[in-house]
Design a protein around this ligand. Sequence first.
Ligand SMILES: Nc1ncnc2c1ncn2[C@@H]1O[C@H](COP(=O)(O)OP(=O)(O)OP(=O)(O)O)[C@@H](O)[C@H]1O
Ligand code: SF4
Ligand SMILES: [Mg+2]
Length: 375
Amino acid sequence: MSSSARNGGELDYLDPGADRSPNQPLLEVDNLKTYFRTSRGLVRAVDGVSLSVDRGQTLGVVGESGSGKTVLSRSIMGLLPAHNVVREGSVVFDGRNLVGLGPSDMRHIWGADIAMVFQDPMTSLNPVVKIGRQIAEGLRLHLGMSKDRARETSVELLRSVKIPEAERRLQQYPHELSGGMRQRVMIAIAIACGPKLLMADEPTTALDVTVQSHILDVLKEKQRERDMAMILVTHDLGVVAGRTDEIAVMYAGKVVERAPTRTLFAEMRMPYTEALLKSIPRIEYPSHTRLLAITGRPPDLVSPPPGCNFAPRCPYAQERCRVEEPPLMPAETPGHEFACWYPVGTPEGKAALEANLSAGVPQAVAAVSALEIGA
Ligand SMILES: Nc1ncnc2c1ncn2[C@@H]1O[C@H](COP(=O)(O)OP(=O)(O)OP(=O)(O)O)[C@@H](O)[C@H]1O
Ligand code: SF4
Ligand SMILES: [Mg+2]
């Protein structure tokens, strides 16, 4: 198949199928740690994360605020502060370990091989440079395009992310566009050089719900056309439900459950994943349904509690949880792993929840009563 056929006829300067070695995951992260040295002590923002992403696949990374999603994304990209950071483990991208590479080596990878769409386009777009120049920059730098060719390609790119009046937009500054349009520009810039991996960190959180869904659809469409892999970071399990192949759930800097998307929704084992799912508003819930907000606060990453980090908030927690940290263990379905001693949906889990309910443990009572109508 020709590249233009694969791209649906547009943007045929790229061949998304070029130089692929299909048997190896595109990205393999192994035991990645990212700690910040602060006056309070070492903040363990990412604490031993392992994950992999195949070519063309989408991994959702989900977790509450402060669970380490952005630090993980930035650590994979090598976009961390220059000082007071400890980064250990390996990030093998396309057969090459990125941990240890300096900014000059990474500059060849950023944009060309791995690109990122951030939550707030105003912080990543240059406010005093016209849109056209911002898109053309990468095309000229990484693909060596002439000025005219880069301009034409920028127009094609803006059209491909469904920006009306593309030619006119090249002359505009970021502040002249709406939030949704700016985010589309960010996507155009991110995909311009045909990266193999797109990291999208809460790409739609700042936008209203309808715009969110359009932007996520554009992202998905571009990803399919170009056979890009994507890591979609969000605090909302609802956002990743229909848009990912696999999901990794993060809590306090660790992956606590990981599974193919369908398996996760059908057979989730971590009480934290269950709580995240219950915190999604659903149309079918009656209008007075109180949503389960996860009780308590995430742990202090400088001195996390012993045992399972989720224990102080968990409706299922037992004594063992407070002393012994559960490792990631395999579930029955291949590719599904979770870190929990009393998993949801198992006899041990049910017994643990019932014991906590009988004892009046507040987080168990809150979790069970949360979906009662009129509560
Ligand atoms: N430069 C830094 N120095 C010290 N601590 C940091 C630094 N950057 C992040 N952290 C801490 O690391 C933890 C993880 O932060 P991170 O931004 O990755 O969370 P997040 O999951 O992306 O949250 P959100 O959903 O709010 O974006 C937080 O406790 C944060 O305070
Ligand atoms: S049941 Fe125990 S191990 Fe499982 S999430 Fe709750 S506190 Fe952690
Ligand atoms: Mg974040």
